[in-house]
Write a protein that binds this ligand. Structure first.
Ligand code: NAP
Length: 292
């Protein structure tokens, strides 16, 4: 079985490649640069040609334009990468009877605080990122053998130009910068390592449709950062608590909790809650430090 990991150089893609190596699964990575296969997924013709040449039995799509502001400023690019590319992957999956996993988002829920949203909860599409990711879900589901995973992932990317959320928090803590802690922005964030392991477990089970794979709880960004700072032995000093509504620019969803009971029943194990997620991040950080 060859697994094609689209977006293999990103925060999630790197973790998926690592998980494939651990499990001795043959995997090929694709991105615009730095991967085994160089391809711009916005170019449908080239992407289709690459798929026909590689002939993967499984595709995990972790490529996306993830920055909200960039999607807002360039909706066409967001559509091409987050949505139309998925139509090309789905067409290939359909004709070759391969299995497609489309990694989606949780950016669909607003106004109900720390609620947990099941796979069939009504969505609100407040910005181009959410609109294009939602379109991508529908394109993926045109293939009968496809799974859309909604999630919120945290981890390390390891590039200085584009820090992830936890890299940004860690950098600010190290520089002793005061942080703004949002107490009304809720997520079910799971570490990319556990998420990747769950993805490979799901590959054995081949469920189809939409599935939430995230942490087993929902917490505010304030609670997440406090737990993170404590685990990494930093004191939060001079930080201020604020509402996410004070963030200007892009209109954003903020009640992003995901109900993972269906995934847990399928997988046969519990997904981690905040303390385990933070602990996995600390382990990954230590591993990175040891490797230097
Ligand atoms: N990060 C989060 O907080 C979060 C939360 C919920 C859901 N998600 C979803 O999780 C998935 C992975 O996110 P991530 O944070 O790992 O993203 P990321 O770190 O930004 O990685 C994106 C990957 O996609 C590739 N890519 C982007 N544009 C491309 C193009 N035109 N052609 C080919 N490859 C392209 C990038 O490589 P190149 O730029 O070199 O091409 C990179 O490998 C996405 O579907 C995202 O929507 C993320």
């Amino acid at each position: 079985m060859t697994v094609l990991i689209v977006g293999s150089t990103g925060m999630l893609g790197q973790a998926l490649v690592k998980e494939a190596v651990t499990r001795n699964v043959s995997a090929v990575g694709l991105a615009r640069r730095g991967a085994e296969l160089s391809c711009d997924v916005a170019d449908a013709t080239i992407l289709a040609t690459v798929l026909d040449a590689v002939r993967p039995q499984v595709i995990v799509n972790a490529a996306a334009l993830t920055e909200l502001l960039e999607c807002e400023r360039n909706p066409e690019a967001a559509y091409l990468v987050n949505a139309r590319c998925v139509a090309v992957l789905a067409e290939y999956a359909q004709k070759s009877r391969s299995y497609l996993i489309q990694v989606s988002t949780d950016h669909y829920y607003t106004g109900d605080g720390a609620s947990l949203h099941s796979e069939d909860a009504p969505v609100r599409l407040l910005n181009e990122y959410a609109r294009t990711k939602y379109a991508g879900e529908h394109f993926a589901l045109t293939a009968p053998n496809s799974l859309v995973i909604r999630t919120n992932i945290v981890g390390f990317r390891g590039t200085t130009d584009k820090p992830t959320f936890v890299e940004w928090v860690l950098g600010a803590l190290k520089r002793r910068e005061a942080l703004t802690l949002f107490d009304d922005f809720f997520t079910s964030s799971i570490d990319v390592m556990t998420f990747s392991s769950a993805v490979f477990d799901l590959l054995q089970l081949r469920p189809v449709g939409i599935l939430n794979v995230a942490s087993g709880d929902v917490v505010s960004k304030k609670t997440f950062i406090e737990a993170f700072a404590e685990r990494f032995d930093f004191c939060l000093e001079g930080d201020r608590v604020a509402s996410v509504k004070m963030l200007g620019g892009v209109c954003r969803a903020e009640s992003l909790g995901l109900d993972v009971s269906r995934a847990e029943a399928l997988l046969g194990y519990r997904l981690p809650c905040l303390p385990e997620v933070i602990s996995h991040l600390a382990d990954a950080y230590q591993e990175q430090a040891n490797a230097i």
